[in-house]
Write a protein of this length. Structure first.
Length: 253
């Protein structure tokens, strides 16, 4: 099960955190992986990890707010691997800032990376997937996506971007279904990544956060990446338009 041999995957924001583990687990399942992010050297380190275990990968520098970078990423993928089967839209930022102090630049930067970047990447790979009548688009959202029964102070811009991802995924799934392309989103809760480092810095904040999670711990990046591999596989061929939550029970409390 979950055999991705012969499949080609692009992962954005792949130099560290969940993007790194998405890349590693996709490669372990047999996929050829394009590791993309803004730092080519760090992408190369992930590629080295994949190749060390016998996998095949390529590092590509890509800023998802730059359409030219995205076009080049797609072109390089086609040139090296001949196709694109899987897109994991993972690149993102999270900056805590009170709404009253939020600037237009803060808002635009978050929306441009977290939401517009997903749109541009999906737009760039869709023609290739439509051509082959096969594809998997997996968008990393968050439990901070709104309509979840919980809000997050200091993250209005981040929540807006993640809510946009959830809605975008649902609608795009309808449009691409006739071409045998599935589109799904994953909503992680508190995951132990560099982005969540601030949560662990203050013992009181960390204790309060863990108190809300029934499993009493942060999630591991690999626990989200396992969902990515599932959604990328043929075993998930009847799953589309869904938002799958991985939060240790946070939303159940």
């Amino acid at each position: 099960m979950f055999n991705l041999n012969g499949k080609v995957a692009i992962v954005t924001g792949a130099r560290r955190g969940m993007g790194r583990t998405h890349s590693l687990l996709l490669a372990q399942a047999g996929a050829k992986v394009v590791v993309s992010d803004i730092d080519l050297e760090e992408c190369g380190q992930v590629v080295a990890e994949i190749e060390k275990t016998g996998g095949e990968a390529m590092a590509v520098k890509c800023d998802v707010t730059n359409k030219k970078d995205i076009a080049e990423m797609v072109a390089k993928t086609i040139e090296k691997f001949g196709k694109i089967d899987i897109l994991v839209n993972n690149a993102g930022i999270c900056q805590f800032k009170p709404f009253v102090d939020l600037t237009d630049d803060d808002w635009d930067k978050t929306i441009n990376i977290n939401l517009r970047g997903y749109y541009w990447c999906a737009k760039a790979v869709a023609p290739e997937m439509i051509k082959q009548k096969y594809g998997r688009i997996i968008n990393i959202a968050s439990i901070a996506a709104g309509q979840m029964g919980v809000g997050f102070q200091g993250l209005t811009h981040y929540c807006a971007s993640k809510g946009g991802i959830a809605a975008f995924s649902e609608a795009l799934a309808l449009e691409l279904a006739p071409y045998n392309i599935t589109v799904n989103a994953i909503a992680p809760g508190a995951i132990d990544t560099p982005m969540a480092a601030s949560t662990k810095t203050d013992p009181k904040t960390y204790k309060a956060s863990m108190a809300r999670i029934p499993l009493k711990r942060m999630g591991k990046p690999e626990e989200v990446s396992a969902l990515v591999v599932f959604l990328a596989s043929d075993e998930a061929s009847y799953v589309t338009g869904d938002l799958i939550v991985a939060d240790g029970g946070y939303l159940s409390t």
